[in-house]
Design a protein around this ligand. Structure first.
Ligand code: NAD
Ligand code: UD1
Length: 338
């Protein structure tokens, strides 16, 4: 029996596949390689010394997905595949709703037709919207998201909840990620964004490697300890290990489960810059810029539900996140090879 991992060649998916394979779980990857390189598959194999099947297929391809389910013995699914750039989603809402929401509907239909009713879904802290006060807990009201990307996550959460109400044979786990950063300890796998990075850590590492001149810090007048935005950064390997626990959960019992995956600690933009400089020995020049539209001052999790119910807790601290991000960037200045 195997776990089908949609988007398994991407940043979080590839790290999760390594941890699943290391835990003795069989995986089958489905990716359309829209936002990743095929060489990430070789890196997963090299790190685990295990072979596995992978398919180049779009999750919206009903026939193609059905053929994969017919061929492989799929027991459960981890669903990472999606588009994730907030700014781009404002420019291309139809593409985001089609890829993320329609893609999920096709996947769920194929799963149901093939008798597979266990799914772990990549949601985001973005579903908590602008109005909840951190630390964020899973029982807080969600919605009120300000951009199409965030709305796709909220809509998919609603779809999965309605699906569970309609058929209690499903086992569904919604994982709300906070801010994943870091990379595999080997330095052979990490985040490889296309174009100008939108997120803080890949921007910092590209400044450190000399690809960008300086970091723009989006606002220093927030109500935080140094005026810059505070977030809950989580090491991608801790996040990956959370998925191993989530798969065990949906394998073990039916239900609808929701967990925050974060550390519970908040760091400001300038805290991250300082931690990165210490870990890498590089200086990160920065300039204070205006606030970025849609940003909030502070966002961090209460991760205690995942600890109580999954026995999962993030173990890696901000220093380790920065060291590992830098090892990946410095060993792979241009990311994955073509
Ligand atoms: P990523 O872009 O590296 O990985 C997503 C993968 O899905 C890519 O390899 C891409 O090629 C693939 N994909 C996209 N659309 C597809 C489709 N229609 N069919 C098949 N494959 C498709 O992104 P990531 O950072 O690894 O994120 C994984 C998931 O986690 C996404 O759903 C994202 O929205 C969610 N998430 C990410 C973050 C973050 O900060 N990275 C935070 C919260 C939630
Ligand atoms: C962003 C998305 C969120 C998504 C998450 C993970 C927005 C508004 N939100 O969250 O929906 O789930 O990424 O993909 O885009 N910063 C700078 N300079 C930069 C980049 C970022 O100062 O060049 C600051 C931001 O203002 C923020 C912090 O760094 O305070 C973290 O930003 P980022 O990495 O983009 O993550 P989020 O904004 O938390």
């Amino acid at each position: 029996m195997a776990v089908l991992v949609t988007g398994g060649a991407g940043y979080i998916g590839s790290h999760t596949c390594v941890e699943l394979l290391n835990a003795g779980v069989d995986v089958v990857i489905v990716d359309n390689f829209y936002n990743c390189k095929k060489s990430s598959i070789d890196r997963i194999k090299a790190l685990t010394s295990r072979d596995f099947k992978w398919y180049e297929c779009d999750i919206r391809d009903h026939e193609g997905m059905d053929a994969i389910f017919k061929k492989e013995k799929i027991d459960s699914v981890i669903h990472f595949a999606g588009l994730k750039a907030v700014g781009e989603s404002v420019q291309k809402p139809l593409e985001y709703f089609d890829n993320n929401v329609n893609g999920t509907l096709v996947l769920l239909d194929v799963m149901r037709n093939n008798g597979c009713k266990k799914i772990v879904f990549s949601s985001s802290a973005t579903v908590y919207g602008m109005n909840n006060v951190s630390p964020l807990t899973e029982d807080m009201q969600v919605g009120g998201v300000t951009n199409p990307y965030g709305r796709t996550k909220f809509m998919i959460e609603c779809i999965l909840q309605d699906l569970y109400v309609s058929d209690k044979e499903w086992s569904i786990c919604l994982l709300r990620y906070f801010n994943p950063i870091g990379a595999h300890k080997s330095g052979t796998m990490g985040e490889d964004p296309n174009g100008i990075p939108n997120n803080l850590m890949p921007y910092i590492t590209q400044v450190a490697i000399g690809k960008r001149e300086q970091l723009g810090v989006f606002g220093n007048d927030y109500d935080t300890h140094d005026g810059t935005g505070v977030r809950d950064y989580i090491h991608v390997v801790d996040l990956a290990l959370g998925h191993v626990k989530a798969v065990e959960k949906v394998d073990g019992e039916n239900g609808l489960f929701i967990y925050n995956l974060g550390t519970g600690k908040g760091y400001s933009v300038l805290d991250v810059v300082k931690a990165f400089e210490k870990a890498s020995g590089q200086t990160i020049p920065y300039q204070i810029m205006p606030r970025r539209a849609g940003d909030i001052a502070t966002c961090y999790s209460d991760p205690s539900k995942a600890l109580n119910e999954l026995g999962w807790k993030a173990e890696r601290d901000i220093e380790e996140m920065c060291e590992d991000s830098w090892r990946w960037q410095s060993q792979n200045p241009n990311g994955y090879p073509d």
